[in-house]
Design a protein around this ligand. Structure first.
Ligand code: HXC
Ligand code: NAP
Length: 301
């Protein structure tokens, strides 16, 4: 095969919308997750949707669960059509342990097993700490941190304790340098990274691996839209990232596939940063981000 300069840094094709990939070339063995079942919170959109698709393209059946049943139902139809695998859409709120328990029981009735949990559901927006209400801070911690603990504990009790399993927590690099306008999400994700290590220690003997995956800016996502991704793009700010671009959903999904699969059989309690080197070099300007916030980028569709 001819050598292509930079091929190892080239992103695989992606689409910005919540649709399946038009073309897909397997880089991992196509049957690496054959026979397995993954439970993906927030799997009806963005990064979670692409994780579901990539897992299904590798032989996995999926459960995608979030608050909006219509969203996950429509996503499920697309995923099944593109991959030929089964996908069960379920309505749940990760803040409610009982709702999660009901969803996990339904998934077990349908598939008799769950091998992988991806804690992907999250809520976020740009907001300076001075303008953040107590309830806004609590809401993000409830969804991200409590939601991750709730789902992990429910899965542990209902299946993983007796059968083993893999947990992949989707976090972020926001706390590494105290990202401006992100005290709520940064604190929530830092707590999840800590939870990853605690649970890896306690649950390793039960053959459960627990890891975090921390993406950088990922194009074609709600997070990118809410946190000023377009503004950064237009201002050429991504040129300052070592790999000089935003990431794609497929790149995040490939890293999740690695963490969920036997390729990482000896990896637990760690955080895999998938950000093109972004957090090392990106600007973290409080005044500039205040301008973005004031201009309404945090809520713009
Ligand atoms: C300030 C806000 C706000 C905003 C809501 N609040 N939006 N405060 N700026 N833009 C406040 C509300 O005023 C309220 O406080 C409190 O937060 C709860 O708001 P609700 O609307 O009642 O909450 P809820 O219906 O539970 O919705 C949660 C949500 C919402 C997070 C606010 O946006 C949501 O459902 N998001 C899910 C999708 C999402 O966020 N995707 C992006 C993930 S990206 P008061 O005091 O008025 O009661 C991501 C990227 C991480 O996580 C890292 C990137 C690098
Ligand atoms: P997204 O499309 O908005 O994904 C979040 C999902 O979570 C939605 O499908 C939403 O569905 C679900 N959700 C929210 N609250 C929920 C709740 N209480 N219970 C159940 N489900 C809930 O955003 P995304 O950008 O793809 O983000 C996905 C993950 O990547 C998040 O963990 C995020 O923090 C992380 N991340 C993203 C980026 C980025 O650049 N996008 C960077 C770093 C980290 P419903 O509305 O139907 O509930």
């Amino acid at each position: 095969m001819a050598e292509v300069a930079g091929a190892a840094c080239a992103p695989p094709p992606d689409v910005d919308s919540d649709d399946c990939l038009r073309d897909y070339r397997h880089l991992f063995s196509p049957d690496i997750l054959a026979g397995q079942v993954a439970f993906i919170t927030g799997g009806g959109s963005g990064i979670g949707f692409r994780i579901a698709e990539i897992f299904m393209r590798h032989g996995c059946r999926t459960v995608i669960a979030s608050r909006n049943l219509q969203r996950v139902s429509e996503a499920s139809k697309k995923l099944v059509a593109a991959t030929g695998q089964q996908c069960l859409p379920l309505c749940t709120d990760v803040r409610q342990p009982q709702a999660l328990a009901a969803a996990v029981e339904e998934a077990l009735r349908q598939f008799q097993r769950i091998d992988i949990l991806v804690n992907n559901a999250a809520g976020n927006f740009l907001c300076p700490a001075s303008a953040l209400s107590f309830n806004a801070f609590r809401t993000v911690l409830d969804i991200d941190t409590m939601g991750t603990f709730n789902a992990s504990k429910v899965l542990f009790e209902k299946y993983f304790r007796d059968h083993g399993g893999v947990i992949v927590n989707i976090t972020a690099t926001l706390s590494y340098r105290g990202q401006a306008l992100q005290v709520h999400a940064g604190a929530a994700k830092a707590a999840i990274d800590a939870m990853t290590r605690h649970l890896a220690v306690e649950w390793g003997p039960s053959k459960i691996r627990v890891n975090s995956l921390a993406p950088g800016p990922v194009a074609g996502t709600e997070g990118y839209r809410r946190l000023g991704g377009k503004w950064a793009e237009q201002g050429s700010l991504f040129d300052g990232i070592p790999l000089q671009r935003a990431g794609t959903k497929t790149e995040i999904a490939h890293s999740a596939l690695y963490l969920a699969s036997p390729l990482s059989s000896y990896v637990t309690g760690t955080t895999l940063v998938v950000d093109g080197g972004s957090w090392l070099t990106s600007a973290n300007s409080f005044p500039a981000l205040l301008d973005v916030w004031a201009a309404g980028a945090s809520t713009a569709p």
